[in-house]
Design a protein around this ligand. Structure first.
Ligand code: MN
Length: 200
């Protein structure tokens, strides 16, 4: 079990974890480079959960409209509770009457590099989060290149914006949220999970 259960207090507080298919924390660190994951989650509101591995947990933001590959699109990103690393592989249906009830697929996943800087000096992820100015280079199956997460206000729980930075992976014509709806793990869509759930 994770040594740092306190870090995940909000995660456990929000859930009856023994009655949900969602994972408990077992992993402390991923094997090689840190990972990011984007889970498409059809809960009361459809959204995309963007998660970054930082210091043994997944720092998380909910992006209602999902990511864009167009640097002109700034997408609202709302911080949510830290999730266990084990959550990165989670796909399934969170049952009714549970927190976050609805279908979850792993929409994109891969390693990332922290490229956050302040006046030319590299920042740790912890420092960048505190500053409210994170840049990461994503190596996903759908999203690649540099993305920024910028806090708009000064307070910790304020609104953030998620946006593509200008680089050779930026592409205003792509729209992966609508054209690439399948899980990168199982190939399933949210609709596939809904059908399976009805047949059970
Ligand atoms: Mn969610």
């Amino acid at each position: 079990m994770s040594k740092d259960k306190n870090k995940l207090k909000d995660y456990y507080d929000k859930r009856e974890i023994d009655e949900s298919p969602e994972p408990k924390a077992e992993m402390d660190i991923s094997e090689d480079e840190p990972i990011f994951v984007i889970q498409k989650h059809d809960s009361s509101n459809l959204h995309y959960d963007f998660r970054l591995e930082v210091d043994g947990v997944l720092k998380s933001w909910a992006i209602p409209k999902g990511p864009s590959t167009d640097p002109d699109d700034k997408r609202l990103a709302l911080p949510t509770e830290d999730h266990p690393l084990d959550y990165a592989n989670f796909e399934g249906v969170i049952p009714e009457d549970h927190y976050g009830a609805g279908e979850v697929i792993v929409w994109d996943m891969g390693p990332y590099q922290n490229t956050s800087k302040k006046e030319g000096t590299s920042l740790s992820m912890e420092e960048a989060i505190k500053k409210g100015h994170i840049t990461v280079n994503l190596k996903g199956k759908k999203l690649e290149g540099e993305y920024a997460l910028i806090r708009t206000g000064s307070e910790e729980d304020s609104r953030w914006l998620f946006m593509k930075m200008k680089d050779d992976k930026a592409d205003a014509r792509r729209n992966p949220v609508s054209t690439e709806p399948k899980s990168v793990i199982s190939g399933k869509t949210i609709e596939d999970l809904k059908k399976e759930d009805q047949n059970d």
